[in-house]
Design a protein around this ligand. Structure first.
Ligand code: ATP
Ligand code: MG
Length: 313
C-alpha cells in the first residue's frame, strides 16, 4: 500500500521508489518530513526534484491533526500497565510499565537489567488482574543473555506454568546493528499474527557501541539508532505494546559523556525513551531503581531484590 503510494508521487520512478524503500522511507509521512538535501542524497535526485517530491508527499500524507485534552485522556484509558513484580518500583513508575511507550533500564554490568527483562517477559503473559498484559512477549537478544531456563526458574518459583509461558515468548538473537534493525521490522509482522504486548531489546546499544567507534562515526550512529527507535515506537503504537530497552552506562567520553553513571545513546535515546530508570547494585541481592525521566511522575528511588524467583519487593 505505502509502496504504491510512493511510486505514484510525481518525479518518483520505480528505481527511485526502490532506493527510497531501501533507505527506510516506507511511507509518505517519512518522505514528507525529510529535508530536500538528505532526500536528494539517498535517492540520487536533483535538489529541486527532491523538493517537489517532498511537497507532493506532504500533500498526500495523512499528517494527523490536533486532538483535545479530553480526547487524549479517553485514549489514555487504553494504556496497559505491566507490573515489574516489585510494588515499590511499580509505584515509582505510576503503576507499572506503560504500553505505547519506550521504557529504558540503564546501569552497570550486573545491575539487574537482564533479570528485570526476564521477569517482564514472564509478567506480560499473565492476566491483567495479576499485573500482566494478557498477551505474548518478544525479545531481541543482542548479548546472548536470554536463558529459557531462567524463565522456567522464575515461573516455577511463582507456581506458574513455565511451559505455556515459554510458548508465549518469542526470542531472536541479533548479531549486529543491521540484523537488530531487521528483526525490529520483522517483529511488526509477528505482531500482526500474535498478540505481542511486550517487546524487549536487551541490550539496545551494545552493537551500536561496538560498531560505531570514534567521534567520526557518531552522527551516523545516532541516525541509525534513531531509525531503530522509531521502528520500535511504531511497534508500540500498532500493537499497544510496551517497549523495554536496556542500556549500559559509560565513563568513556567518546561514548558522549564523562560521567560513569550516564547512559549511552546520547540525546536521541534520551528524547525517545519516555521513562528512564537507572539501576544499581546495593547490598546482597538488593537493587535500587531510580526514575530519572518521566512525563508525569516525580524523580525518586525504589528498592527491590533479584532472587531465584525473579524480581521481588
Ligand atoms: P550486563 O550489563 O552485563 O548485561 P545486567 O544489568 O544485565 O548486566 P543481570 O544479568 O541482570 O545484569 O544481573 C546479573 C545478576 O543477577 C547476578 O550477578 C546475580 O546477582 C543475579 N542473578 C542472576 N541469575 C540469578 C538467579 N538465578 N537467582 C538469583 N539471582 C540471580
Ligand atoms: Mg544484561
Amino acid at each position: 500500500m505505502s509502496e504504491e503510494e510512493i511510486k505514484e508521487l510525481p518525479g518518483v520512478g520505480p528505481a527511485t521508489a526502490e532506493k527510497l524503500m531501501d533507505s527506510g522511507y516506507k511511507d509518505l509521512l517519512s518522505i514528507a518530513v525529510e529535508s530536500p538535501r538528505v532526500l536528494s542524497d539517498v535517492a540520487d535526485l536533483g535538489d529541486s526534484t527532491a523538493g517537489k517530491v517532498i511537497q507532493a508527499a506532504k500533500d498526500a500524507a495523512d499528517i494527523g491533526g490536533f486532538e483535545t485534552g479530553d480526547q487524549l485522556l479517553e485514549k489514555r484509558k487504553n494504556v496497559g500497565m505491566l507490573t515489574t513484580s516489585a510494588e515499590s518500583v511499580d509505584d515509582l513508575l505510576g503503576g507499572g510499565i506503560e504500553t505505547g511507550s519506550i521504557t529504558e533500564f540503564f546501569g552497570e554490568f550486573g545491575s539487574g537489567k537482564t533479570q528485570v527483562a526476564h521477569q517482564l517477559l514472564v509478567n506480560a503473559t499473565l492476566p491483567e488482574e495479576e499485573g500482566g498484559l494478557d498477551g505474548e512477549a518478544m525479545i531481541i537478544d543482542t548479548e546472548n543473555s536470554f536463558r529459557p531456563e531462567r524463565i522456567t526458574e522464575i515461573a516455577e518459583g511463582r507456581d506458574l506454568d513455565a511451559e505455556s509461558i515459554l510458548e508465549d515468548i518469542h526470542v531472536a538473537r541479533a548479531f549486529n546493528t543491521h540484523h537488530q534493525m531487521l528483526l525490529a521490522e520483522k517483529a511488526l509482522d509477528i505482531g500482526d499474527e500474535h498478540p505481542i504486548k511486550l517487546l524487549v531489546v536487551d541490550s539496545l546499544t551494545s552493537h551500536f557501541r561496538a560498531e560505531y567507534v570514534g567521534r567520526g562515526s557518531l552522527a551516523e550512529r545516532q541516525q541509525t539508532l534513531n531509525k531503530h527507535l522509531h521502528e520500535l515506537l511504531k511497534f508500540a503504537e500498532r500493537n499497544n505494546a510496551a517497549i523495554v530497552v536496556t542500556n549500559q552506562v559509560t565513563a568513556n567520553p567518546d561514548q558522549f559523556f564523562g560521567d560513569p553513571t550516564k547512559p549511552i545513546g546520547g540525546h536521541i535515546l534520551g528524547h525517545t525513551a519516555t521513562f528512564r530508570i537507572y539501576l544499581r547494585k546495593s547490598k546482597g541481592d538488593k537493587r535500587i531503581a531510580r526514575l530519572v525521566d518521566s512525563p508525569n511522575m516525580p524523580e525518586g528511588e525504589a528498592v527491590f531484590k533479584v532472587e531465584a524467583c525473579g524480581v521481588t519487593e
